[in-house]
Design a protein around this ligand. Structure first.
Ligand SMILES: Cc1cc2nc3c(=O)[nH]c(=O)nc-3n(C[C@H](O)[C@H](O)[C@H](O)COP(=O)(O)OP(=O)(O)OC[C@H]3O[C@@H](n4cnc5c(N)ncnc54)[C@H](O)[C@@H]3O)c2cc1C
Length: 412
């Protein structure tokens, strides 16, 4: 067997397929520089190259591909938001997600499992009714279900956790998961195939601005001139914007998650409760992933805390009492940039050729395809696509916030 393996490894009949070209020197200039090699930056690069013929593009990533929030998130994909702007935008992203494996010829392990959000108070039941109606209006598959239906859907769920009995649920059939790193790898591979350069270990440290435009980015590997710049750095958004004196109401909070030992399959839908600040899902490997709300104080740090572990697990055990015996395997965190209306900031910035993809808080993984698609269209045409017009930075000075707070808590 080892000999056969060795022969196979050395045989020229089976050349190793290289996903990304070997690292090379930075060119002195690019038409487009994208800062951040997470899902959003890579998707923008891919759609620019594939659909707009713009391939003189560099993606500059200070660490490794997808190593930011893309590889730290809990992979919830859904479109059951509250506002018409949000639902339209995320519904389009879900539609694109379903096609991504085909588009890449690479399995991103998209798995449609439905998402159940529990209502424990009358006020939440009323809010969920509104969400269900808005969703249906835009073609989403979302409906209210009662306790009996919840029992049938998730037999092992405790419907009477302590002081907060479950009254009803918002059942979102389109809810899904996908393998997060695969999404980043798929975009990276396909973008690189079309000529996009992806430079890891390349940090943008400052900018050269002339006549209201960014003419170059300064990196740890030298200065690179650019036609325009897309910023897609998630939790580091305000750090870069500060360097350009771009003001935005973003505060950065840690967001944590954790995972247990594997179990036999028992939980197909994603289950979430905003009152218990907890969401639970079982992965395809059988592990149980738990997540909750952001830490309650702004901080640039990705450490895990005992506080969160204790409170989150207490609530998870209220929902699924048998988990009291589960062994926790890992706990981790990412930095999330929160806006006051819990919606992203996308589009133009006060600088002519500097585009923003920021404010993704705890919910940006599911937006990866539509973000890349719309940001690429904006960069290539200079025109803001209708889907992202509501998310412009200027909404904070014109009082046109898109309030999604009720639809993001503990569901992501
Ligand atoms: C624990 C957790 C759970 C989450 N769960 C969900 C979920 O279930 N569903 C969902 O939709 N969203 C979820 N999110 C949010 C989601 O992960 C993010 O919104 C999304 O991944 C943002 O993608 P991105 O490509 O913008 O950012 P990232 O993947 O963070 O990529 C940004 C990249 O920019 C790089 N960078 C930063 N500064 C510089 C610089 N100066 N120069 C060069 N590179 C730089 C970073 O290294 C990073 O790789 C979760 C987040 C966390 C932390």
């Amino acid at each position: 067997m080892p000999l056969a393996l060795l022969k196979y490894g050395l045989s020229s009949d089976y050349p190793v397929e290289v996903d990304l070209p070997a690292p090379k020197e930075l060119k002195p200039a690019y038409d487009v520089v994208i800062i951040g090699g997470g899902g959003h930056g890579l998707a923008t690069a891919y759609y620019l190259a594939k659909y707009h013929g713009v391939s003189n593009v560099a993606v500059l990533e200070k660490s490794y591909l997808g190593g930011g929030n893309t590889a730290r998130n809990t992979a919830v994909i859904r479109s059951n938001y509250l506002t018409s702007e949000g639902v339209r935008f995320y519904a389009e992203s879900v539609r694109m997600f379903k096609e991504l494996s085909n588009e890449f010829d690479f399995n991103i392990m998209y798995s449609e499992r439905g998402q159940l959000t529990l209502a424990h108070t009358d006020a939440t039941v009323r809010a969920f009714r509104q969400r269900a109606e808005v969703n249906k209006h835009f073609g989403g598959r979302t409906e209210m279900i009662d306790r009996q239906q919840i029992r049938e859907l998730v037999p092992c769920l405790n419907l009477d956790p302590g002081h907060l009995p479950v009254l009803a649920g918002l059942w979102h059939i389109d809810g899904a998961t996908a393998r997060h790193d695969a999404v980043a790898w798929g975009y990276a591979k396909q973008a690189a195939k079309r000529g996009v350069e992806i430079h890891q270990l390349t940090e943008v440290q400052d900018f050269i601005v002339e006549h209201g435009k960014v003419t170059a980015v300064q990196t740890n590997r030298g200065t690179v001139r650019c036609g325009c710049v897309v910023q897609a750095v998630a939790g580091a958004s305000s750090l870069l914007m500060n360097k350009l004196n771009i003001k935005a109401p973003i505060h950065t909070y840690p967001l944590q998650a954790m995972v247990t030992q594997p179990f036999k399959p028992f939980l197909d839908p994603l289950v979430s409760s905003s009152a218990l600040h907890c969401y639970v899902q079982q992965t395809s490997r059988g592990e149980i992933v738990f997540g909750g709300g952001s830490d309650p104080y702004p901080l640039y740090n990705t450490r895990s805390t005992l506080d969160l572990k204790e409170s989150l697990l207490a609530h998870a055990i209220e929902m699924f009492p048998f988990m009291a015996g589960a062994k926790l395997m890992r706990q981790w965190a990412g930095s999330t940039d929160m806006t006051p209306d819990y919606s992203p900031i996308m589009g133009h910035s006060p600088l002519d050729n500097y585009y923003l993809d920021a404010g993704w808080g705890t919910w940006g993984f599911k937006a990866t395809p539509i973000c890349g698609w719309t940001m690429a269209e904006l960069v290539a045409t200079g025109k803001t696509p209708a889907l992202i017009k509501p998310f412009a930075l200027e909404r904070f000075s014109t009082f046109r916030q898109v309030n999604e707070m009720g639809a993001t808590a503990a569901s992501h």
